[in-house]
Ligand binder design. Structure first.
Ligand SMILES: [Zn+2]
Length: 187
């Protein structure tokens, strides 16, 4: 995999080579890891958890993530990526926060909601809805907590990585060291 963003490679000759994306633009996080590929049973489990609201799946998903992360997590705080208010209301539970809390319990690390989702801001009003969703700039605010220095940002699925990059950018500009992890990576 790419040692920076954790992109999976399917050739042994590419092992430990920094990927094109990370070479062309240094990401704001130190590193990102996904526990697995977003396909098969893992994808099914995430979909059941997220959309069928089978909430007890948070625990095995967090355990899977914890096992795969191992000693990657030299952090003092876990921060879940906040969902949109509307999505939270539709879903009825904060699926990322729930995984983050289970992960925190397994690893003995504090979990804090220091990132807050903003409503779409003015500069984006000229954009279409799909363009706004693809452009997460200005999506997050921060409630700074001085007790922590090294943050692990958690999300369920890495798709383009744009949202995690933006969250990491906000945290980094506030002086935090940022690692990131997702349960699965879309390839
Ligand atoms: Zn990379």
């Amino acid at each position: 995999m790419c040692p920076v963003c954790g992109k999976f490679y399917f050739s042994l000759s590419a092992r430990d080579v920094v990927c094109y994306d990370c070479l062309s633009e240094n990401p704001p996080f130190e590193a990102h890891r996904s526990a697995g590929i977003y396909e098969g049973k893992l994808r099914e489990t995430i979909l059941l958890y997220k959309y069928r609201k089978i909430e007890y799946l948070a625990k095995p998903l967090a355990e899977f993530l914890a096992r795969r992360l191992g000693d990657f997590c030299d952090v003092d705080c876990i921060v879940p990526l906040p969902s949109h208010k509307k999505r939270l209301k539709e879903r009825g539970f904060d699926h990322i926060l729930k995984i983050a809390k289970k992960l925190g319990r397994i690893m003995g690390i504090d979990v804090r909601k220091i990132l807050v989702r903003n409503k779409y801001t003015l500069p984006q009003t000229g954009l279409s809805r799909s363009a706004r969703l693809k452009n997460p700039k200005g999506s997050f605010s921060l409630i700074k907590d001085e007790r922590y220095k090294r943050i692990l940002v958690i999300d369920d699925v890495w798709t383009t990585g744009a949202t995690i990059r933006e969250a990491a950018r906000v945290l980094k500009s506030a002086g935090y060291k940022v690692l990131a992890a997702t349960v699965a990576r879309d390839i």
